[in-house]
Design a protein around this ligand. Structure first.
Ligand SMILES: *[C@@H]1O[C@H](CO)[C@@H](O)[C@H](O)[C@H]1NC(C)=O
Ligand SMILES: *[C@@H]1O[C@H](CO)[C@@H](O)[C@H](O)[C@H]1NC(C)=O
Ligand SMILES: *[C@@H]1O[C@H](CO)[C@@H](O)[C@H](O)[C@H]1NC(C)=O
Ligand SMILES: *[C@@H]1O[C@H](CO)[C@@H](O)[C@H](O)[C@H]1NC(C)=O
Length: 719
């Protein structure tokens, strides 16, 4: 269920006639996300706002420093009909980079306390003409210079203020107001003062060190520490847009640590009641840019997504020869189930950024592409509802939080350093660890994100989204999105998966995933440990085919197959050392020692510790194993090579014996007989292990394999 934070807007309780005499005017030529944020914050506190200029062209080149004259022209026009309203207070403010931190009552109170007819926001930095500094009145405390991003005043006085405007749209509004303010006569006549101590207006440029978030009694305010004030409007002017985005994650929302709820979901997209047929088309872009473990699981998870494949298109960039077979196998098996498929393989030698541009552009150029879902191969997307959950958030760009197993490493940054690289925000750890839950406006996301097709055809229409100066593609993408003033959101409301660790992945073996038990234990378990192992651990499904011989599921098909293939690939079936000969008469030349041969000793020990030891302790109460072993090997039985094993004791406290292939399919015969009990297990199950004591009581033999080849993995534990 959605947590709801828009409880009672505080303003509704305070409506009074004086509040009706307040009007908020702003200029917004486009409904940017910043503008929508401004409107939401205004609605939260019950401000009446009127936007001027919507739909008009913004008559200044983006990025040029001058401009703003258009705002004065529009204000002058709007004030014509209010010029005589002596009681009407008008707040004029920017909106793309502004939000309200408090309601109209507090605003009006502070305005009246200022004892001036017109109050302008104040700035630390003088702009745009530094030569005017000497003309500014000196202030003993507070900010000295006028900022035109926000001012408040009585309608007649404001009309007077803008009456003499005759400039161009591209002229500086700030310079215009500054010149009036610096003319002592006009200043007095119109009665203008500045909000030196940020009681009403907080411009963040030059003041970042002064502003902190105060969490108190379920509310959040931005506090100015320098003047000990609680500003009503926060303005992320100049280069402080990102800091405003950060504050906007908290302000003006109702926040309690108890519920951990910071989300005020506006415009959630409901998919309930939408039949599968009506779900929007999603282009899934998949990127294998480096050797990556568990690519087979990556595709399996794609198949498990709870979303109709006929509404999904696939774009795959595989940069790695190493994964070519896996990708092609997946497409051969399932490609036709999707609406369309495009593969760019390693032979094309396409660069990362170019491939990402190509994927995004496939969606952009196709009007029926409603979403572009970009997922890198090192993302383990384990939640089948992922796509639906992300679509529901209804954002232009949104990423689910993904972290590396048990680490602070994640796919987002909470802040940017001055040079545009990683910086840790104050809330980073709390978000990663789920102590603060919500949908967060952040400056950097990577690995997995959903972009609206409409955004790709709108603000993000540049076909080269993944290049930006010399930045890597991930950073280039974020820099370009930020530049277009599109917000990037991160949600940690649901756990949708995790990131793989690629650090120690090697491609020297046939099945390299087997070696990933340390780096990516969750995925290793998912791929290799039998689905019913957990049940066995809970005491279900464990069978006792012979006295003190336990039998339970441990390996998946993949584990069995890969282990056998790995051994055959290695190809050196050996006698082993003398010790084997003496202790296990009859073993013969077919025992391939994992420790000697394929370099799997550490991993095998980890497996025994993680998955066998807990079973041992359960089934043989009072016995604690450290899962030590000298011998662990795969035995190959063939009628014409070595069909059976003579009766013997094992050099172990207990032995595990895992069947790696299927009787009746891969071989006939085989099995294990315990002589003392005259008890045989004749139909070993693939992926199941026998576990029995090694010495004394469990003298046993390997029954003859009569056709095909039989493989078992054996370990003598605690010799
Ligand atoms: C503005 O404020 C002053 C008070 O200082 C007042 O005398 C004046 O008439 C007001 N109106 C205009 C249009 O300036
Ligand atoms: C504005 O008017 C008030 C009286 O209404 C006066 O006390 C104050 O000094 C005036 N301020 C300016 C800047 O003229
Ligand atoms: C797991 O056990 C259930 C019955 O408890 C069975 O239906 C299912 O096939 C088993 N899974 C596998 C992979 O053998
Ligand atoms: C062992 O059991 C089999 C039947 O399972 C039986 O035919 C045989 O006689 C038994 N052998 C001994 C020595 O008890």
């Amino acid at each position: 269920s959605w947590c709801c934070c828009f409880l009672a807007p505080l303003g509704t309780l305070l409506a009074s006639s004086s509040l009706d005499n307040l009007l908020v005017l702003t200029v917004a030529t486009k409904e940017t996300e910043g503008f929508r944020r401004f409107k939401r914050s205004a609605q939260f506190f019950n401000y009446k706002i009127q936007a001027l200029g919507l739909g008009e062209d913004w008559n200044v080149e983006k990025g040029t420093s001058a401009g703003g004259g258009q705002k004065v022209r529009l204000l002058k026009k709007a004030l014509e009909k209010h010029a005589d309203k002596e009681d009407l207070v008008i707040l004029f403010t920017d909106s793309y980079d502004v939000l309200f931190a408090s309601g109209p009552r507090e605003l009006l109170k502070k305005f009246r306390q200022a004892r001036s007819q017109v109050v302008f926001s104040a700035e630390e930095l003088i702009y745009p003409d530094r030569r005017l500094e000497a003309k500014y009145p000196v202030v003993s405390d507070g900010k000295r210079f006028l900022g035109s991003g926000g001012f408040i005043g009585y309608a007649p006085n404001l009309s007077k203020l803008v009456a003499e405007w005759e400039g161009q749209d591209s002229d500086s509004d700030q310079l215009f107001y500054t010149k009036i303010f610096l003319d002592p006569e006009k200043r007095e006549q119109i009665n203008i003062t500045l909000d030196h101590r940020c009681r009403i207006f907080q411009n963040l440029d030059g003041a970042l060190d002064e502003v902190v978030l105060k969490f108190e009694m379920g509310h959040v305010r931005a506090r100015n520490l320098a003047y000990d004030t609680l500003p009503v409007l926060i303005h992320g002017n100049g280069p402080t847009k990102l800091q405003l985005n950060y504050l906007g994650n908290y302000i003006p929302r109702f926040w309690t640590f108890e519920t951990g709820c910071t989300v005020c979901d506006e415009g959630l997209r409901s998919l309930k009641g939408i039949g599968d047929e009506a779900l929007p088309t999603v282009l899934v872009g998949m990127f294998i840019e480096q050797p990556t473990p568990f690519v087979s699981l990556f595709f399996q998870r794609l198949l498990q997504l709870h979303y109709p494949r006929k509404h999904m298109r696939l774009f795959i960039h595989n940069h790695e020869q190493h994964h070519k077979a896996q990708v092609e196998e997946f497409l051969a098996e399932h490609g036709s189930e999707y609406q369309s498929v495009k593969l760019v393989g390693p032979e094309v030698r396409m660069a990362n950024a170019d491939a990402r541009n190509m994927g995004a552009d496939l969606c952009r150029q196709d009007r029926s592409c409603t979403y572009y879902f970009s997922v890198d191969a090192d993302v383990a997307l384990t939640e089948p509802n992922s796509l639906r959950l992300l679509i529901q958030q209804n954002k232009n760009v949104i990423a689910p939080l993904m972290t590396r197993h048990g680490r602070l490493w994640s796919n987002f940054w909470g802040a940017l350093s001055a040079d545009g690289y990683y910086a840790r925000s104050e809330d980073y750890v709390d978000i990663v660890q789920g102590r603060r839950i919500g949908v967060w406006n952040v400056p950097y996301i990577s690995n997995i994100y959903l972009i609206k097709g409409s955004a790709l055809r709108g603000e993000l229409q540049s076909p080269d989204l993944f290049h930006h100066s010399k930045l890597d593609p991930d950073m280039a993408f974020c820099a370009n999105v930020r530049q277009q003033d599109v917000f990037m959101f991160l949600t940690n409301r649901h756990t949708l998966g995790h990131l793989l660790s690629l650090d120690s992945y090697r491609t020297t073996h046939l099945h390299n995933d087997l070696w990933e038990v340390f780096s990516n234990p969750e995925d290793w378990k998912e791929k290799y440990i039998h689905q019913n192992y957990t049940k066995a651990l809970a005491g279900k499904l464990v069978e006792t085919p012979c006295p003190d011989v336990y039998w339970f599921p441990i390996f998946t098909e993949a584990a069995c197959d890969e282990l056998v293939e790995e051994m055959e690939h290695f190809g050196q079936w050996s006698l082993g050392d003398n010790k084997v000969g003496t202790l296990m008469p009859g073993l013969g030349p077919q025992g391939g020692h994992l420790s000697i041969s394929i370099g799997f000793e550490r991993e095998w020990h980890k497996f025994l510790l993680e998955y066998i030891a807990p079973m041992t302790e359960k089934l043989y109460p009072g016995y604690y194993t450290r899962a030590q072993f000298d011998l662990a090997f795969v035995v190959r039985y063939k009628p014409d090579e070595q069909p059976s094993l003579m009766p013997h004791h094992d050099a172990s406290t207990f032995t595990i014996n895992i069947a790696l292939n299927r009787v009746g399919v891969d071989y006939e015969g085989g099995g294990c007989r315990f002589l003392r009990y005259n008890c045989s297990i004749r139909a070993p199950r693939k992926g199941w292990t026998l576990m029995h004591p090694g010495r004394l009581t469990h003298y046993h033999e390997g029954l003859p394999t009569t056709r095909g080849t039989r493989y078992i993995a054996v370990s003598f534990v605690d010799p």
